[in-house]
Design a protein around this ligand. Sequence first.
Ligand SMILES: Nc1ncnc2c1ncn2[C@@H]1O[C@H](COP(=O)(O)OP(=O)(O)OP(=O)(O)O)[C@@H](O)[C@H]1O
Ligand SMILES: [Mg+2]
Length: 395
Amino acid sequence: MPILPLGIPPEKYFYNRKDELKRLKNHLNALNEDIAEQILMTGYRGVGKTSLLKKLINEVPENILVSYVDISRIYGIQKGELTEELILSELLSSMNEAIGKKRIKFTEKVHGKLNQILNGLKLKEYDFREAGTLLGISIPDVKDNYLKLSQFVMQLPQRVVESSKGEIKGFLIVMDEFQLIGELKKPSAFFWMIRSYTQEQSNVSYIFTGSISRTSEIIDMINGPNGAFGGRMIQFNIEPFTREETRGYLTEKVPEITFTDDGFERFYECTRGIPSYINTFCNTLSSGDVYTAGKVKETFFKKMDQITVMWIKIWGTLTPKEKEIVVSLVENGPQTWSSLLESVNFSRASLAKYLDILKNKGIIGLNTEKNYIVDDLLLSNWLKTKREMDGYYPQ
Ligand SMILES: Nc1ncnc2c1ncn2[C@@H]1O[C@H](COP(=O)(O)OP(=O)(O)OP(=O)(O)O)[C@@H](O)[C@H]1O
Ligand SMILES: [Mg+2]
């Protein structure tokens, strides 16, 4: 049985994405000319956004520092209680790590101070009265002072570049699973805060990415006409592998699997070129068999739990109300807001709240007629199949 990675692919498993990498690198190279571009990367769940960014991070030029923050990590640790302070301290911690990795002349000094600040933040002691300033930025000295903390964290990357006297030309900050910022009490304000700093910083680029549908409100909040970045962010959608890429990927990484032509077609139809499905599906196939369309279909239904493992995990994290909304959409197909409200057993306010959460999780989106739909075919197929086989939806 072939084994394809289910996490971030090691170099030898990473396939293609050459054009995307080239485009991203061009945007980053602008930092050398003191032009900082901001990027919003979208794409289906499992399409390979994180993998692509990790690859990019490994390949950025020596003179660019990189911070990578995964908001879902903080969200997970805090069991869903996300606050601005937590995001900022995670950001600060990843900046500190980035500085530590490069031996620049002030690494030791900055590292030492930042460690002290970070320890304080962990203990919720924002009291650094003794600390004074760092690279000319005053260190927050008031307990729980979000404003000062944000000033400090947001100014730090540009200040690092300036203080390095040419050694460092830019700071790249990647915020993965950024859609979870939508769970803050005032997400808009947070984006405006970031925007207010990026406007003045010519050497700090942000890449926001996550599992978001393109129609999610959070996209508007950050980059819509009235959003914080008002359309100035470069929107970058990562597409699934094309039919040819899927074929190329399979031939290169798992040549031991044999498909007939119609078998491959069926495989492509089932996975729609989404690498995470390609990988999990491949891992259920055997090298001794020849996969015809019929055999692919049969295996797909038999091994569905293994193939949709990503959704099984996510399903387990949804609340009963969120599940009820998804089930209603699976059973009734696309629905308007009001028909959805009729079909679920709770109030308008709850529906609005949970729909937002589901959109921000990339589970529900809007179709071209502006009706709500389940954004992932495999998720709805999995739920339908479970209902048929077990008589009820997964708990
Ligand atoms: N270019 C690639 N080559 C080979 N495998 C890939 C590639 N891109 C993604 N994958 C595989 O697909 C799976 C999903 O990738 P990844 O986690 O990067 O997707 P994502 O878009 O970040 O998903 P999510 O929306 O859930 O965060 C992983 O198992 C990874 O190994
Ligand atoms: Mg990801």
